[in-house]
Design a protein around this ligand. Structure first.
Ligand code: AMP
Length: 366
């Protein structure tokens, strides 16, 4: 089978790599030559709104997927008229716009932080009054890794945030004093079969994921079931096919949806070694119409991102618990260049080793 992938980053690379053992060969569409994914599979060069390039990808693919959520919805729909495209373009549409996304969660009975839509400075003042401070002002589109947002704690900060982000559609959210951030990765097959990975605990530095611990420690069964139920509602409503990630804030017993990503997710990288079937393999299986594999965790894992500097393989692998993934990228500040997953056989072993791993792979906030 031939799989087309929109986007040539590390997610595309790991999808392509997962396809080979299943007899699935991939082609990525990506403007840049020598991208992370194009190093391991075929490549069509072009922008995502270049219809000649899209046509070429469609012609050479049995099915097309994407590895980032800012693919133009028009391009995904145009492709979907020519070749099956999974996840469905509507999933892109919902997740590209924070207001649509929050309203979508709300319509399915999934709790979110309080939010208000803002266009004008008058809307902004009214929203600050209604939601109260602290709050977070966010652009509605093209926000990722904490970009395009400002935390507002005081009225003076409100003015500064509006100066920086106002003048375009934004949303104001109540600041959630969360205990921790969790995420759930789930996959749905073409036949509607759903598998759900365990909830994982995520730590961010400068808005970029630093560490995921899987399964999240000290989880009640009830929380896990609730998150899985919420994810199932999203998957069913979108008639979704492929892997989906939802990010949550846990505030005591409350689980609030922050955002979703219609793709494989950084907080699911641990599944390569830490689950019976990786998120990448299940994504390939789903979009290619193959049965899904079990998503249970095998042991206990912690994943750390490498940001900016490419580490030396020998240094990382000096730890016998470590599994290294380099993305074939050069060092550049703020860039995700690889990750490491460390595994433990028991929750106690993980707890005992975590401080040492945290120290070894620590990242200093800028
Ligand atoms: P986002 O781009 O929406 O995922 O936000 C990036 C990070 O900012 C999140 O991972 C949280 O750590 C923090 N954040 C975003 N929204 C809120 C909120 N409403 N309350 C508290 N923290 C937030």
């Amino acid at each position: 089978m031939k799989l087309g992938i929109l986007g040539g980053g590390q997610l595309g690379r790991m999808i392509a790599l997962a396809g080979y053992p299943l007899g699935v060969s991939s082609t990525v569409l990506e403007p840049a030559a020598g991208s992370s994914a194009a190093q391991v599979c075929a490549h069509v060069a072009g922008e995502f709104d270049n219809y000649q390039a899209l046509y070429e990808l469609a012609k050479g693919s049995d099915v097309v997927t994407y590895e980032f959520e800012n693919v133009p919805v028009g391009a995904a729909r145009w492709l979907a008229e020519r070749v099956p495209v999974f996840p469905p373009p509507r999933a892109l549409e919902v997740s590209q716009e924070r207001l649509a996304e929050k309203r979508f969660f709300t319509s399915l009975g999934i709790p979110t932080p309080p939010f208000a839509a803002i266009e004008t400075v008058a809307d902004f003042r009214a929203a600050v009054d209604e939601i109260g401070l602290p709050a977070v002002l966010k652009t509605r589109r093209f926000g990722y890794d904490g970009k395009g947002q400002a935390v507002i704690r005081t009225p003076a900060e409100a003015d500064a945030a509006w100066q920086r982000l106002g003048g375009r559609p934004v949303i104001l959210e109540g600041f959630v004093p969360f205990d921790r951030e969790l995420s759930l990765v789930a996959a749905r097959g073409r036949d509607g079969q759903i598998v759900t990975y365990p909830l994982v605990e995520n730590t961010h530095i400068d808005g970029i994921l630093h560490r995921s611990v899987a399964p999240a420690p000290d989880l009640g069964e009830e929380l896990t079931e609730r998150a899985a139920d919420f994810a199932a509602r999203v998957l069913a409503e979108l008639d979704y096919v492929g892997v989906l990630a939802i990010e949550w804030f846990q505030d005591g017993p409350r689980l609030l949806a922050n955002e979703m990503a219609p793709r494989v997710h950084n907080s699911g990288h641990w599944t390569i070694e830490g689950a019976l079937t990786s998120q990448f393999e299940n994504h390939v299986r789903a979009v290619c119409g193959l049965p899904l594999g079990r998503a249970d965790a095998v042991g206990f894992s912690a994943m750390y991102n490498f940001i900016g500097n490419v580490p030396r393989a020998a240094d990382v692998l000096a730890n016998p618990d470590a599994h290294l993934h380099l993305y074939g990228k050069s060092s550049r500040p703020g860039r995700k260049v690889g990750h490491v997953t460390l595994r433990a056989g028991s929750a106690d072993e993980l707890r005992a080793k975590l401080p040492e791993w945290d120290e070894r792979f620590k990242r200093t906030p800028s």
